[in-house]
Design a protein around this ligand. Sequence first.
Ligand code: PLP
Length: 404
Amino acid sequence: MKYINKRLTVEKVNFQRIAKKFGTPFYCYSFSKLRENVNKFKNNFKSFSPLICFAVKSNTNVYLIREIKKFGLGADVVSLGELMMALKAGIKPNKIVFSGVGKTFDELKFAINKKILLINAESLSEIMVINKIAKLKNKKVRVGIRLNPNTDAKTLKQISTGKKENKFGVNKNTFQKIVDFCKNSKNIDLKCLSVHIGSQILDHKPYEKMLNSVSQILGKTNHKFEFIDLGGGMGINYSDKKESLNYKKYNAAINNFLKKHKVKIIFEPGRSIIGNTGTLISRVIYIKDSGKKKFIILDAAMNDLMRPALYGAFHRTLPVIKSNKISNKTYEFVGPICESTDKFITLKKFQKLKEKDLIAICDVGAYGMSLSSNYNLRPKPIELLIKGSKINIIRKRQKHTEII
Ligand code: PLP
């Protein structure tokens, strides 16, 4: 995205033009950014050619998943719905892994019927259910066990998943119990050890620790794993500080690991593939002066983009048409929803805004639309994919008639 003639532009189209044609709020994705992210990700780890399974939870738009599939990626899913969506997008079952702490009997049955690559189980009870279904169907099912390595990912506590107080995965003792159970089962083919310690990770050291824990476990266990699924979690730069994960060091740590363990690596990235491809464009409905600050009341709200309300997440917020006039009042960008947490960001020295101006909320491609809801009975926004000068509608704006 850049300003051309003071207008914020994605690829070859400016947001003002899109807003005029499609109304606001809208999600808009850049295809060239998506391609760039996938290529970068592949390049970062090209020495061992991992299987890259896109974490569908980060963005469930079938058109985007289809594009991602064309780049050769598989899918990481966490529910029957996501599994069905990955299949609908054309991802082959042998490139799909299924994670999640609470897969139901029906979800597991569907996954087993589809012969997906791996069901990454997260408890002994889940393994028992998989075993039962596999027995009933007289099948041998490929599974992974998700280890909780008790590693602090040094990220927001709400998106940390690899510490012992988190519900995810199993501890070392349970891990070994499950290995022993699987070895005695005719219906389970134990193929994978999986880990995922959290999201928006910008420090490579937690990954190094995680690899050490996995290495230790592999050294102790009496089982030969074909795959190690290292999950996702690679952070992106949301701020202006140019923060980024040191992929070189992470890659070096994995290469070291691979010297000791002859396995195939799987990744489950979501945010690092799709996060910075998306922008949410919204129009200022009203401006309300409260004395100390001005509330900039947008037509987008927490139901459209939940991350700020849910985690206090930061998203760069920009004017769609640039001017040099700076406001001396603090601006608080809020939505129309009846919750005080329906607030995107508070900014000082923003350019002067007036009602009907357009605002861009950046880097919302991951956990933006996929976390959206109809709260306050607000219809979900339209999603657009930009390819050069072409604007493709990849999800229609929801109508009130669809939700009432
Ligand atoms: N894999 C699992 C099991 C997850 O829970 C998540 C999200 O937290 C991901 C992959 C994707 O993480 P991210 O979008 O941070 O890459």
